[in-house]
Design a protein around this ligand. Structure first.
Ligand code: PLP
Length: 433
């Protein structure tokens, strides 16, 4: 295994003596280059698209330059596509759902493996069907095609995660795009988990595997400051009125009339998040400098090593197949007889390993992976405050190391039901218990 010293790119990675972060699917720490870019631009920080001062002109120019660079990161077409800045993936998907809601076709096909952010916005505006996952939790393309055939001309959109935040499985987005297009639908890829770990090429609009809509967040790509993006065909947003109206969205306002600005400005109400855009563009540049293929190869080695180590731990159950291919570095698991909350707390308190536990904002998928039947699910509906079943998830970033996996695995190997009880006693102050 090559240690490529990617940890040198990260602020705070040197603190791993105190805490190992295996919760990168939630949020990643910042790149040093991102903080340098933000601080470097800070003296010129000013209002975007409003002022006539030199700083304001520079700020507006930079903001539009960031837009171009982020679009080009996924090979978007600046003539055909628009990139709308948002807060995060969730806001991007809500914005798209609201924009498409006024159209006559009222069906969206999602999948059983979606994050709530790529499920609930569709339920709000559309009749939503879910393509099934198989026993291991992988998406069944046959079922997706059956659903497309069944609902044919009524399907407006197929919406699918690029990679699952629970199992790490990568979906074959271009095959799914071809399938959606064959039945006259379009496709949204929720790339919140895919974009940090794999090259994405949305392809030219006239290719059958073209991705029509794409959403992702910067805070999972080593750039804090709260930026997300929605990439969409310009033509779609040219005909809608904005979801949020106000400053920046209009060309002309009279007492009785409003003429909207062109997209993307019409769709970015209020003062935009300039520093967020600077941070995101800078993070993507660092990723390109390192090479997304190098990152993917390194993370695949981490995943392979961790899967092998973890499958040798007695009582540990993985909720994913053992295949290392078509995966990002996300592993869901439990240890027999140890509640997931206790396991996560013990990892943090005793071993200094930060993980996530619960259902990871993908409750229907986790319920299925756990094998919960309707009766059990009903119980939790009736008793919403009852402690719920769940899993523990580890998720890698490019700066994690084999040594960190060893430290976690060594600790997990020592765990038994009885010493977990002991650990709980020692940490009674810890709220999660
Ligand atoms: C697959 C997936 N989609 C959407 C989201 C929502 O992203 P955000 O919180 O940045 O809006 C997440 C967040 O974890 C995710 O994992």
């Amino acid at each position: 295994m090559n240690n490529r010293n990617y940890e040198n790119l990260i602020i705070g990675a040197e603190q791993t003596d105190t805490e190992i972060c295996f919760d990168n699917a939630a949020t990643t720490p910042p790149f040093k280059s991102v903080m340098a870019a933000v601080c470097g631009f800070a003296p010129f920080y000013s209002s975007v698209h409003r002022g006539s001062g030199k700083k304001s002109e520079a700020a507006s120019k930079l903001f539009e330059q960031c837009r171009k660079e982020i679009l080009s990161f996924v090979n978007g077409d600046p003539v055909h596509d628009v990139l709308i800045f948002t807060k995060n993936t969730t806001e991007s998907i809500n914005k798209l759902a609201a924009a498409l809601a006024c159209e006559s076709r009222n069906i969206v096909i999602a999948t059983e493996m979606e994050h709530h952010s790529n499920d609930l916005p569709w339920r709000k505006h559309f009749k939503t069907f879910y393509a099934e996952t198989d026993k291991a939790g992988r998406l069944c393309l046959n079922d997706l095609e059956d659903k497309l055939k069944q609902h044919k001309s009524k399907v407006r959109l197929v919406t699918v995660t690029g990679a699952s935040n629970v199992t790490g499985y990568i979906n074959d987005i271009h095959t799914i795009a071809e399938m959606a297009h064959k039945y006259g639908a379009e496709i949204l890829v929720d790339a919140a988990q895919l974009a940090p770990h794999s090259e994405i090429d949305i392809k030219k609009p006239d290719t059958p595997g073209h991705i029509d809509y794409l959403a992702f967040s910067s805070h999972k790509m080593y750039a804090p400051f709260g930026t997300g993006v929605l990439i969409a065909p310009k033509a779609v947003f040219q005909k809608t009125s904005p979801e949020h109206s106000g400053g920046g969205t209009v060309n002309l306002v009279t007492r009785n009339n409003v003429i909207w600005e062109e997209t993307p400005h019409k769709d970015e109400a209020g003062t935009p998040n300039l520093m967020g855009a600077v941070a995101m563009a800078s993070a993507l540049k660092t990723i390109c400098d390192v090479g997304m293929n190098n990152i993917a190869a390194y993370e695949a080695e981490l995943l392979k090593y961790a899967l092998k180590k973890m499958s040798n731990i007695s009582g540990l159950r993985l909720y994913c197949d053992g295949k290392e291919t078509s995966r990002i570095g996300v592993i869901p698991f439990n240890i027999r007889k140890i509640p997931h909350q206790d396991l996560a707390a013990a990892l943090s308190q005793e071993a200094g390993v930060a993980v996530r536990s619960g259902c990871f904002c993908a409750q229907p998928y986790v319920q299925k992976l756990l094998g919960m039947d309707d009766h059990t699910i009903k119980y939790y509906q009736n008793y919403p405050d009852a402690a719920r079943p769940g899993m523990v998830r580890i998720s890698f970033g490019l700066y994690n190391t084999i040594q960190e996996i060893d430290r976690m695995s060594d600790f997990l190997s020592t765990l038994t039901h009885s010493n977990i009880k002991e650990i709980r006693k020692n940490h009674e102050h810890y709220k999660i218990f």
